[in-house]
Ligand binder design. Structure first.
Ligand code: ADP
Length: 611
């Protein structure tokens, strides 16, 4: 038997392992099970080239719980380790890694980061939950001797000849008092589901029967692996059916709504990347909705929503990404500064844009059907990422108030002015929509908070294009034939005197095809600034107050009622002007309660005059 001292420099190791990983003890199981899988993969490779005997009974990793003994074991029938190898991989390598680790990260406050595995310390995470760990191993090499290693978490370990007679490794954890939860089947199953669902080697969970539990012997079923060793993303896209994609989506994300469409990523060069990204049905309540992108490393689950790898705006998607070249345990700060990660992120963005363009080109009808669901996501992407905008700018759609979908170019085609008329509250703006329709003009719906920002962004990108809310412009040009400046001036004075509001601008226009006597217009610029500040939330809402609404009342000199004003006495003219003004206001936005009361009284009075 050999006794050894782990390493002089590593005296602080165990406390650090415990402290650093305290917040996520679960990963010990991932580390041990994936080590088992790796051992199997290595053996398969050797068998493949005739360096090891082919397997007779099926490769597997088994997690076994024994409550009575207080142990959790992880065993595999992979390559195994000789005593020399245990010494090399467990005693020495790990600890030189540990020294590095300690030197580099001792003072860093970045706790919770999972750097340990990165330094080849994955195995030692067992000590987060166990006070004693035993390795029993038999190497695949012919004539190899079994080896046993034992360590109780102090700085000492024992090495001795082992008794294992089957190729492979068994790690036994004597679960510590404060970690008894890891003897519970439910708990272990949950962890296996999270981290091991797609490992490439079959993983089984066995629970030792308690002595008192005699009943259930009869109905023993053949055990099933907890994982799917051949997940869809590992297959060639050409070999996957729509049904498989949908089923995978439902199983992995527990989302019973069908995804809209998906992208299967499959890159070998210049980096390795596989995965499937789904576009879920997104409702307009954007903030409440968070997608889920699971990051894997060679089928081992690493983390959800790793912002550094997936561009932020793609976080609304759901999917799986497998990057075998990324270290399994890496700190966020490492990822942020890694050029490789940036490339992955750029590649994903490009693929998403390509998919959207191809849908637009080849399946326009479907693409239009998806639009309401992907609208926000695409616009957000454009705002966040110029490259993404450049790629998708020609496939951004605008939905008209008639429910048609058009690109910007399609909308502007054949129009003299490069102006996009929009509504952001179709009900409230219905009077204006009607006036536009009567003139054969389309308006588009830009309804979400994000559209406020998107509009400004589009104007910045396309300096010749202006977006104007439908209540900021007249739907028709003035009829030049009927202009009479002197009369118009008088008319304007009359309204001005009666309405008596300094802030209100007045204009007289000859609008032959507009039935209304007057229309209220609201300046696009000031209103938009207000909206912008409002959309920033409560803190900025105060700023919105700095921008006064700039209203203009356009009086239609072609309207019969307006024409008759000259014939009325001052009192009657005043009443009619009030009524015209109120009607213009009502068509724009709700009246205040006082204004409403006056309006109703006046309307009743006017009715009683007629009959
Ligand atoms: P890592 O897996 O990151 O290299 P570990 O501390 O988990 O770090 O393991 C160190 C080394 O020990 C592994 O690289 C491997 O060579 C060896 N090892 C660990 N577990 C097993 C196992 N079940 N079978 C064979 N070798 C193993």
């Amino acid at each position: 038997m050999a006794k050894g001292n782990i390493s002089v420099d590593s005296e602080n190791l165990f406390p650090i392992i415990k402290k650093w990983l305290y917040s996520d003890k679960d990963i010990f199981l991932r580390e041990l099970v994936s080590n088992g899988c790796d051992a199997v993969t290595k053996l398969k490779k050797l068998a493949g080239i005739g360096e090891a005997p082919a397997d007779e009974e099926g490769y597997r990793v088994t997690v076994k719980l024994d409550k009575e003994k207080g142990t959790l074991t992880v065993s595999d029938n992979g390559i195994g380790m000789s005593a020399e190898e245990i010494d090399k991989y467990i005693n020495q390598i790990a600890f030189s890694g540990a020294n590095d680790f300690l030197a580099k990260y001792k003072d860093e406050e970045d706790k919770g980061s999972q750097i340990i595995g990165h330094f080849g310390l994955g195995f030692y995470s067992a000590f987060m939950v166990a006070d004693k760990v035993v390795i029993d191993s038999l190497s695949y090499v012919e004539g190899a001797k079994a080896a046993r290693w034992e360590c109780d978490g102090s700085m000492e370990f024992d090495m001795s000849e082992g008794t294992r007679d089957k190729r492979g490794t068994e790690i036994t954890l004597y679960i510590a008092e404060d970690s008894k939860e890891f003897l519970e089947e439910m708990r272990i199953r949950e962890i296996l589901n999270k981290y091991c669902s797609f490992l490439p080697t079959e993983v089984y969970l066995e629970v030792a029967k308690e002595k008192t539990d005699e009943k259930k012997d009869e109905e023993e079923e053949a055990p099933k692996p907890v994982n799917n060793t051949n997940p869809l993303w590992m297959k060639k896209p050409s070999e996957c059916t729509d049904e498989e994609y949908k089923e995978f989506y439902t199983n992995v994300f527990m989302d019973f709504n069908e995804p809209l469409f998906w992208i299967h990523l499959n890159v070998d060069f210049p980096f390795n990347l596989k995965g499937i990204l789904y576009f879920p049905k997104i409702n307009h309540e954007f903030a409440a909705q968070e997608g889920q992108i699971k990051l894997y490393n060679n089928q081992v689950f690493v983390a959800d929503n790793v912002k550094e790898v997936i561009p932020e705006f793609l976080m609304l998607l759901k999917g799986v990404i497998d990057c075998p070249d990324l270290p399994l345990n890496v700190s966020r700060s490492f990822l942020q500064n890694d050029g490789y990660v940036k490339k992955i992120s750029a590649h994903i963005t490009k693929k998403v844009a390509d998919k959207l363009c191809s849908l637009f080109k080849n399946e326009r009808e479907n693409y239009e059907k998806y639009w309401d669901d992907i609208d926000i996501f695409i616009k957000y992407g454009c705002l966040r990422d110029d490259k993404f905008y450049d790629k998708v700018k020609d496939v951004i759609l605008y939905k008209t108030t008639d429910g048609k979908y058009m690109t910007l170019d399609e909308y502007l085609e054949g129009k003299d002015k490069k102006e996009v008329y929009y509504v952001n509250d179709p009900k409230m703006q219905s009077q204006y929509v009607k006036m536009f329709k009567d003139k054969g003009l389309d308006a588009v719906e830009l309804l979400s908070m994000m559209d406020t920002h998107f509009i400004s962004f589009m104007e910045m990108k396309n300096s010749e294009v202006k977006f104007k809310r439908i209540d900021s412009v007249l739907s028709q040009e003035e009829d030049a034939g009927a202009k009479d400046e002197e009369r118009d001036k008088k008319l304007e004075e009359k309204f001005k005197a009666r309405i008596n509001d300094e802030a209100l601008k007045l204009e007289v226009k000859a609008l032959k095809d507009t039935p209304a006597p007057a229309i209220l217009l609201l300046s696009e610029e000031s209103r938009r600034m207000k909206d912008m500040y409002r959309s920033y939330g409560a803190q900025m809402a105060g700023m919105a107050g700095m921008f006064k609404d700039e209203f203009t009342l356009v009086i239609n000199s072609e309207n019969e009622l307006v024409k008759k004003l000259d014939n009325l006495n001052d009192e009657d003219a005043g009443i009619v002007i009030d009524q015209i003004y109120d009607l213009a206001r009502i068509s724009h936005s709700p009246l205040t309660p006082e204004q409403m009361t006056k309006f109703i009284e006046r309307s009743n009075m006017l009715l009683s005059k007629i009959y």
